[in-house]
Design a protein around this ligand. Structure first.
Ligand code: UDP
Length: 387
């Protein structure tokens, strides 16, 4: 018997997203695999989404990200219009077996109130919930809503009301993990590794680029920082905002200006802005180490699994999901001590890139993720917690 799942990606960005869009990227990775496994997918999204699905459900023509209101948990008009269409589709169609929701907490109450005859809802948590407890402040999933994390550590830090409704966790996946070993060999394997260490991620205090930059100077390794600073994707864009008071008030811009930029000399430490597609893959694949000097509990770590899939050992602080994703001594090196990170960068030369790629191919492919979700779907549909 085939399963029909309404995967709700929300009204903010198309699927796949054109640029930024972690949640929408995960949905774009998951849905084709679910369909390959025989699931019928109705996608709650915006009309400009190009991902092939069995049915597209859209209220808005384009992504509404530009109109995003904060805090996210306030169910604004955009979310409500989108969710009402989802609710109508579920009620009127009568064919949906489960709603797999990826929209932030806003509107969970709407889905929870679908009624006793409605299909259950699985809501995937995408945030560090200890840092953002307000997101699910009034959460009451009742009997209809279950949640899953993107790592065990994320769930462990979540508020009790969410943990009580949890059915487990599913690690994030990357299409780069498919055939990772062959692609590593095609690139020349370890021989193609350059001298640089890379930090891939938003420039943000939690991602720790300040620590990386300081260590690069102290220990003498070449460091490339890739990622946006707040809304500024490229150095030229940020430079153009030099006297802009809005930019000055942005916490990521402040972090950059005060804590990171003083170390960026264009030689030992470089910031290259956001890299995408093939450029991103080449940058990471040719790095000798992918560094995660995290100061926050990374909830899912897409960039971590991507690094492994590209055959690049991960060195980092053992925060959040990192110890779940990285096998210490085998695919990377982790520590709880900031000052030893630089030593680990040197020692990571002992890690075999093929081990990283093999581990990614075993654990972080879209197929593995989709199969895990199928298991959760069954758990949610049959779970003892549901009335
Ligand atoms: N990313 C990118 N180019 C950059 C920096 C980051 O494509 O210059 C991507 C990265 O490859 C990953 C995503 O942005 O897919 C970041 O996701 P992650 O879960 O690592 O961190 P988040 O930003 O969600 O905390």
């Amino acid at each position: 018997m085939s399963l029909t799942v309404l995967v709700n990606a929300g009204p903010w960005l198309p699927v796949p997203p054109k640029g930024y869009g972690g949640i929408e990227n995960i949905v774009a990775t998951l849905v084709p695999e679910l369909r390959r496994l025989g699931v019928r997918v109705v996608l709650g999204t915006v009309d400009s989404s190009e991902l092939p699905v069995d049915e597209k459900l859209a209220v808005f023509a384009e992504g509404q990200f530009g109109h995003l209101q904060r805090p996210y948990n306030q169910a604004c008009g955009i979310v409500q219009s989108h969710l009402h269409a989802v609710v109508r589709r579920v009620r009127d169609g009568g064919d949906i077996d489960l709603v797999h929701d990826h929209v932030e907490a806003a509107g969970l109450a709407t889905l929870a109130a679908l009624g006793p005859d409605a299909p259950p809802v699985l809501h995937t948590l995408h945030w560090d919930l200890a840092k953002h407890p307000e997101l699910y402040g009034g959460f009451d999933g009742g009997d209809r809503v279950r949640v899953n994390g993107v790592s065990a550590s994320q769930l462990a830090r979540a508020p009790k009301a969410l943990r009580d409704h949890s059915v487990g966790h599913v690690h994030l996946a990357t299409p780069l993990a498919v055939d990772a070993e062959r692609r590593l060999a095609d690139r020349g394997g370890a021989a193609a590794k350059g001298r640089h260490v890379v930090v891939l991620g938003r420039i943000n205090p939690g991602k720790g680029q300040d620590l990386a930059a300081r260590l690069a100077h102290r220990a003498g390794f070449d460091l490339v920082l890739a990622g946006p600073v707040g809304p500024y994707q490229q150095p030229a864009e940020l430079a153009a905002a030099e006297h802009d008071p809005v930019a000055a008030a942005n916490p990521d811009v402040r972090f950059w200006r005060e804590r990171v930029a003083p170390y960026v000399d264009g030689e030992r430490v470089r910031w290259i802005g956001t890299v995408a597609g093939r450029d991103r893959d080449d940058l990471v694949a040719s790095a000798r180490v992918s560094l995660f000097p995290l100061r926050w509990a990374e909830p899912g770590g897409t960039a971590v699994v991507e690094s492994l899939a590209l055959g690049t050992p991960v060195v980092g602080l053992a925060e959040g999901c990192l110890p779940e994703l990285v096998v210490h001594g085998d695919t990377g090196l982790l520590t709880t001590d900031e000052e030893t990170l630089a030593d680990l960068v040197n020692w990571a030369g002992e890690i075999d890139p093929r081990r990283c790629a093999a581990e990614a191919a075993r654990r972080f492919t879209p197929a593995v993720m989709a199969e895990s979700y199928l298991t959760l779907y069954e758990r949610v549909r049959k779970g003892p917690l549901l009335s």
